[in-house]
Design a protein around this ligand. Structure first.
Ligand SMILES: Cc1ncc(COP(=O)(O)O)c(C=O)c1O
Length: 375
């Protein structure tokens, strides 16, 4: 797992993320327009039609609504069937902002019954431990078992760890980044019950669930709306490819939302992102079309990598974890060709890369480059 400096230790050891960095492009002598980014996993469709018009109409000289009210109402409406009301939603500058608010509120200022610690189901998104550490907390982890069928956690063991350790927070990413593993609704309930009894808050990060072909099997929003010990996180950045705008939200009990809102800087969600979010949610069949596109791209990668003898782990997400041997070397070789994949060494998986599923034509280009390199 990635190591982090403590809060006073400086900024050198930041969490590691995908995405293309300009400094590397300059070093490689590449222009952004000629590159393909498979290292961030967002909707392959690009932003919904209507988003560009909506953001063009925003008054750039006006402060955004500090409560993101219109968007909050739209999100509550979107989840009405799960019992979500306006008081159960907080919008953030990406779900990353909410992860940090959670760490500050629950780890930085823990309740008496719990420990200043977070339990992470790993390997997983590194921002959880980054946020917990800068809030002065410690990080415990429960590693997944890696088997023929992919990665899975022992959920009964996780529940025991919650009971014994009483961590302030428990993070589970569903489907998980980078493994693509999906925890079932039944298993989530076991974790939620354990968290409730221990006085912990269970954070279920569903950044990728809307793009999952198996989205109907999980779904933490209803659980979060009915119990004060669960928070569900969603990323509109990922769902609607609003990557440059940054947008995410949490659904939770009203008291949890109020505690997060008390710590959120005013205007952190800019006006362009708020306008884009409202229009995106109104695009009724967008997510279904995005899931269809993900399925086609996944099938393409699995088939082409299979021909190259590369193992792809089963995935419930819009990315594929592939076992390639030297992940760092392959990542760099692809980068020199203008294709960026995520080297999973920082997740503790130095033999794997993660491929965010772009449209099929791009996936074909990636597979062609891989076959060239392997030759
Ligand atoms: C699991 C997970 N959660 C949250 C995020 C952050 O998303 P956002 O853009 O909404 O901050 C990411 C981004 O990579 C992620 O992988």
């Amino acid at each position: 797992m990635t190591d982090f400096a403590d809060a006073a230790g400086g900024v050198a050891n930041r969490p590691v993320h995908g995405g293309i960095k300009l400094a590397e492009l300059r070093e490689l002598g590449l222009r952004l327009e000629e590159c393909l980014d498979f290292s961030a996993s967002v909707s392959p469709l690009g932003p919904p039609a209507g988003v560009v018009g909506a953001i063009a109409a925003v008054d750039l000289a006006a402060y955004p609504d500090p409560h993101s009210l219109e968007l909050t109402e739209a999100i509550a409406g979107h989840h009405r069937a799960d019992g979500v009301g306006v008081g159960n939603v907080i919008v953030g500058n990406g779900s990353t902002e909410i992860i940090h608010l959670l760490a500050r509120a629950w780890v930085g200022l823990p309740a008496a019954r719990v420990n200043r610690a977070a339990l992470l189901l790993t390997p997983t998104y590194s921002e959880y431990q980054g946020a917990v550490r800068v809030s002065g907390g410690s990080v415990e982890s429960l590693d997944a078992e890696r088997g023929e069928d992919g990665f899975s956690w022992d959920i009964a063991r996780a529940a025991r760890r919650i009971a014994d350790g009483r961590p302030a927070l428990v993070f589970v990413c569903n489907p998980n980044n980078p493994t693509g593993a999906l925890v079932s609704g039944e298993e989530l309930r076991i974790l939620a019950d354990a968290a409730g009894r221990a006085g912990s808050l269970l954070v279920i990060d569903e950044a990728y669930v809307n793009l999952s072909e198996r989205y109907a099997e999980a779904g933490a929003v209803a659980l979060a709306a009915e119990t004060e010990s669960v928070v569900a996180l969603r990323s509109m950045t990922k769902d609607y490819a609003l990557t440059a705008l940054r947008l995410g939200y949490a659904v939770a009990g009203a008291s949890v939302i109020q505690r997060l809102a008390a710590l959120q800087p005013d205007w952190s969600v800019n006006g362009l992102a708020q306008a884009a979010g409202v229009v995106a949610l109104a695009d009724g069949d967008y997510l279904e079309r995005a899931r269809d596109a993900v399925r086609a791209s996944r099938e393409c990668i699995e088939a082409r990598f299979g021909e190259l003898g590369i193992r792809c782990y089963p995935t419930a997400a819009n990315y594929v974890l592939a076992q390639v041997g030297d992940a760092g070397g392959l990542r760099d070789a692809l980068a020199r060709r203008g294709m960026f994949v995520r080297d999973c060494t920082s997740f503790g998986l130095p033999d794997c890369i993660r491929i965010g599923l772009r449209p099929v034509a791009d996936c074909e280009r990636l597979a062609n480059a891989m076959s060239e390199i392997r030759r």
